[in-house]
Each structure stands twice: as C-alpha cells, then as structure tokens.
Design a protein around this ligand. Sequence first.
Ligand code: HEM
Ligand code: HEM
Length: 332
Amino acid sequence: MKALRLNALAIALGLGALLPGTTMAASDEPISVIQPPQSINIGMAELGKKLYFDPRLSKSGFISCNSCHNLSMGGTDNLPTSIGDKWQQGPINAPTVLNSSLNVAQFWDGRAADLKAQAGGPIANPGEMAFTHTLAVDVLQSIPGYVREFKMVFGKDKIDIDEVTLAIAEFEKTLVTPNARFDQWLLGKQDALSAKEKAGYALFKDSGCIACHNGEAVGGNSFQKMGVVEPYQAKSPAEGRSAVTGKDADRFNFKVPTLRNVEMTYPYFHDGAANTLTEAVDIMGRLQLGRTFSAEENANIVAFLKTLTGDQPAFTLPILPPSTDATPRPKP
Ligand code: HEM
Ligand code: HEM
C-alpha cells in the first residue's frame, strides 16, 4: 500500500514508477529533485512551440530560436559563441533553454527578469534574428493559421508582441528535464548511481562546488565571480553582472549555469572556451576553489555530472502554417 502511494507520487513528479524495494529518501541533499512544470496553459504552449521553431520571426527567414537553442542538442548550439544574422559571430555562448524557467533571471548577466522579458530580445537583436517586433507581428498577422490560433488563445483578432513573447515563454516552461539518474537516486533508488558517480558527488560537495551549484537546477540561482582564486583569461569582452548593476564589485560576476544536462551543453563558460567537461572541471577547481584535482578525481566528478542528464523534452514537431501572398518576404 505504502509502495503504491510512493509510486503514485513518483509518477506525479514525472519520475516514473519507483522500482520494487526502493524507498523514498527524506533527502537533505543540497541538490533537489527536479519538478515537472506546474499549471501550463496547453493551447498557449502549443502556439509558443510553433513560434519557437518559426524562422520567419527573423529578418533572413532562416533563423529561429531553435537555431541557437537546438532541442535536439540539449537546448544549445554546441558552438563557442552563436552564429546570427549574416553569419555574424556573437560575443557570448548561448546557454541552454532547458530548465531555464528555474533561473533567478535570464542571460549570463541577468538583464532580463524572466522568460517573457527575455523572448523579445533575440527577435530584434541585430546580431541574432535582426528583425523588428513590428515586422515580426506583420508577418504573423498575414498568416491565417496564426491569426486563428492567436485568437483561440488570446481572444483577439490583432496579434501583438506581448502575446508572442508570452506564448514562447509558456512553451519554454515545458522544457524541464525530470528523471535524471541523479533524481532517481535522490528518491531512494540506491543503485541508480555507480560507486564512481557517488564518489564524484561526494567530492563535488566536499570540495565546495556545491556552494554555487545547488538547488533544483544545480545552479542558475545566483551570480558569482568567475575567477575567485585565480583570474580567468576570458575570450569574450563580456563583463557580466556589472553591465546591469553598474557596480565595479560585480565585474566578471556571471549567472552560475545550471549543471543539469551539462554533458550535452558543451562548450562551456560564457565564452565557450572549455571544450570538454574534463577541462571545465579542472578550471573550476583551480580558479574557484584553488584546488587541483587528480585525473581520477576529475573523472569521478565528470561521471557524477553526467548523471544529471534528464529526460529530454519529447513532443511532436510543429508544422507551421504556410505564408500567404501577403506575407512580407525574407530580406537579404
Ligand atoms: C540567451 C531563449 C533566439 C543566442 C537566451 C536565454 C533564453 C533564450 C531563455 C537565457 C538563458 C539563460 O540565461 O540561462 C531564446 C528564444 C529565442 C532565442 C526564446 C527566440 C525568440 C536566439 C538566437 C540566438 C540566440 C536566434 C543566436 C543567434 C543566445 C545567446 C544567449 C541567449 C548568445 C546569451 C546572451 C547573453 O547572456 O548575453 N536565449 N533565444 N538566441 N540566446 Fe537565445
Ligand atoms: C561554470 C562545474 C565550482 C561558479 C561551471 C561549469 C561547470 C562547473 C561544468 C560550466 C557550465 C556551463 O558553461 O554550462 C563546477 C565544479 C566545481 C565548481 C565541478 C567544483 C570544482 C564553482 C564555485 C563557484 C562556481 C565554487 C562559485 C564561486 C561558476 C560560475 C560559472 C560556472 C560563475 C560560469 C562561469 C563563466 O561562464 O564565466 N561550473 N563548478 N563554480 N561555475 Fe562552477
């Protein structure tokens, strides 16, 4: 009976049924089980999914959110810095959109308060999609399939940019990745992790990584200096949080990235300079903690980090409503 109730809870949490013989751990770990999204407006999220994949929101008609946050590749582009309109190389690495609803704020420097505020940015960013909000709305308004769907969701004939960003943000809220092997272990499935992975987690806690990478997303919840013990020689001109606060003390403070799905989101750091997890863990140990890990310690931490890969978003690929004769065409 008790096992049944535990299984029901595990299923409600999106974790699937617990295996027979496992118990729910009353976990006091500094990392918590990832929760599935709450109260999603399905109609709005479906519309947002179409917009997320629609390259017609860019000037060239070629770039969608998914170009740089590819949901087949951990919500990133796996490039050191992104390629935008006219093949421009951006200044900074594209963070994953997976679990981004858990972030304390959006962007490396936190300049957008939430996902809705963030979503307007790339459409009008000359280095990314290089469009304007007015032109993006004109394109959508000229497509009857979109007009119908916006009306169904928002109850109006006229589309506005607020509805566009709201719908994209609603879709992004669905992009959580539950059921990582680490979550299964947190919920009491002892054999979900190998001895090597458990040793890596112990070292992750004991050496101090956990001070900055903790909570549900194993990061994403604070801004910290990059280069606490030793300075970081960045390959990007970005100065981090000081660009938002104007405070000198915030120079080179960046949002601590989530480590969920980190094996998929290479290359690492805001300048994308670390190609592998081995390299990223080595740099973190030395620069943030003044500690040089042996090859075995490094490999153990990397093995632990790979247990944070959860179920990737699974959905039907959206089929976008076709343009009409009246739809403004892409610009070179
Ligand atoms: C940052 C979503 C289009 C490149 C972000 C973040 C989100 C996001 C949620 C913040 C993640 C975080 O801080 O952890 C979107 C959506 C898009 C879109 C919904 C479509 C409307 C693009 C495109 C590119 C791109 C087309 C590449 C050309 C980046 C980069 C950052 C970023 C480089 C980091 C910028 C910084 O922190 O200063 N995006 N993105 N994004 N995205 Fe996008
Ligand atoms: C970035 C792991 C300790 C703050 C990262 C990344 C990894 C990582 C893999 C790259 C993630 C990505 O780019 O997607 C670790 C490990 C640690 C550790 C294994 C222990 C050895 C710390 C500590 C702090 C911290 C103690 C805070 C003082 C940050 C920040 C970034 C980061 C701010 C982003 C830096 C940038 O991009 O410039 N960490 N971390 N980390 N970590 Fe850690």
